[in-house]
Write a protein that binds this ligand. Structure first.
Ligand code: UDP
Length: 366
């Protein structure tokens, strides 16, 4: 039986890898094919993940270069459709909430190939986020919904999904982190990062459109980074989208002049995990980083209005913070003290068996 795994971005690659390897090693009756849509294509947003995660070259490389959501999803649909029409797949699997996710799910559904969504049911309840639209579309055309945290089950029940389509499998990103732990713990870091690594730096990542596309908000992000750097060493691996916006607005040069603020290229998966696991705290607007920090018990401050991953706030180490909150530094200090003073809480099914549960479902349905 033939399974098509669709991925387009950095977080997709991380979620795809454990499932790919599990199928190859433990479910040899299936042949997984990888389709890379091309949304992330730079060496440090794509190839380095392929290397770290020991993935083979994609079977299908679409190379889609879109100039916006509609353009990207449209071209990706056309590309995946060609692949699906030429090969008779028994299942299409999509991951997360990016444009490749929605495009893959739409093509599978229209071609009457069963669709499985890994990381189903997450909701921020904020349709200003392009990812929220992708989540809703994907779930509603999928046949099998693989859920990572309890809120996903509740959301899908509320939206009327049949119970037998929805399965709690746990968080596959955490499986990836665990399976590669021996490797990332021993990776050597770039010199400039290594020099401050032992002092528990603050790690920052920002790339959400609401924070970096809006000029006022981007200014505010720069202000927050600068104020952290007044008292801490801050390492900021800059996402290509954010770099372009900072450059446009003249903020890049300003930030580069801050002595305790180290701007770097996006880090490899292994470098990033090693750095985060030793960080004093992480400030972010990422989805996956909220989960990784929760698992690693590193305090995380998420500068967003909402999260689609509420378990990271309820059981994990995540504190949501409005970008414009004036008293954020006091609240952050209190949060850090709270996290550091308590026992690590484990989140149900965030373990090394997630892909096994998914494969068990595959075996049941195709
Ligand atoms: N990541 C990385 N290098 C970096 C920043 C992030 O390898 O410099 C990894 C990290 O594991 C993170 C994942 O990429 O969880 C997700 O990326 P991103 O924040 O871009 O996407 P989101 O989860 O917000 O969709």
């Amino acid at each position: 039986k033939k399974i098509l795994l669709v991925a387009g971005t950095r977080p997709n690659f991380i979620k795809l890898a454990p499932l790919y390897h599990r199928i190859i090693s433990e479910a040899t009756e299936y042949r997984p094919y990888i389709c890379h849509t091309g949304q992330h294509f730079d060496f440090n947003m794509s190839d380095v993940f392929w290397q770290n995660l020991e993935l083979p070259a994609p079977d299908f490389q679409l190379g889609v270069k879109g100039s916006g959501v509609a353009d990207t999803i449209g071209k990706t649909i056309l590309g995946i459709n060609e692949v699906v029409q030429q090969h008779k797949f028994d299942l299409v699997i999509v991951f997360g909430d990016v444009n490749a996710t929605a495009a893959g799910a739409i093509v599978g559904a229209q071609s009457r190939v069963p669709v499985m969504h890994v990381e189903a049911g997450l909701r921020s309840f904020d349709r200003d986020m392009p990812e929220e639209i992708n989540r809703i579309i994907t779930d509603h055309v999928s046949d099998y919904l693989m859920v990572s945290e309890p809120s996903g089950i509740k959301n899908l029940q509320r939206e009327g999904f049949a119970e037998n389509k929805v399965i709690m499998v746990g968080n596959i990103m955490i499986e990836c982190l665990l399976r590669t732990r021996q490797l990332w713990e021993h990776i050597s870091l770039p010199h400039a990062i290594d020099a401050v690594y032992k002092n528990h730096p603050v790690v920052a990542t920002f790339h959400r459109p609401e924070n970096v596309d809006n000029k006022d908000n981007l200014n505010r992000v720069a202000e927050i980074l600068t104020s952290f750097a007044a008292t801490e060493t801050v390492i900021f691996p800059v996402h290509p989208r954010t770099r372009a916006k900072l450059q446009e607005s003249g903020l890049l040069e300003k930030l580069q002049k801050e002595s305790n603020l180290l701007l770097t290229e996006p880090l490899s998966y292994f470098e990033f995990l090693k750095l985060v696991s030793n960080a004093k705290m992480v400030i972010t607007d990422s989805g996956g980083v909220q989960e990784e920090t929760s698992f690693l018990n590193i305090p995380c401050i998420t500068f967003r209005k909402n999260t689609e991953r509420p378990v990271t706030v309820e059981l994990g180490t995540n504190l949501m913070m409005d970008l414009w909150n004036k008293t954020y530094s006091t609240q952050i200090e209190q949060h850090r003290n709270h996290i550091m003073g308590r026992e690590r809480v484990s989140i149900p099914l965030w373990d090394e068996e997630v892909s096994k549960r998914i494969v068990n479902t595959i075996k049941r349905v195709i």
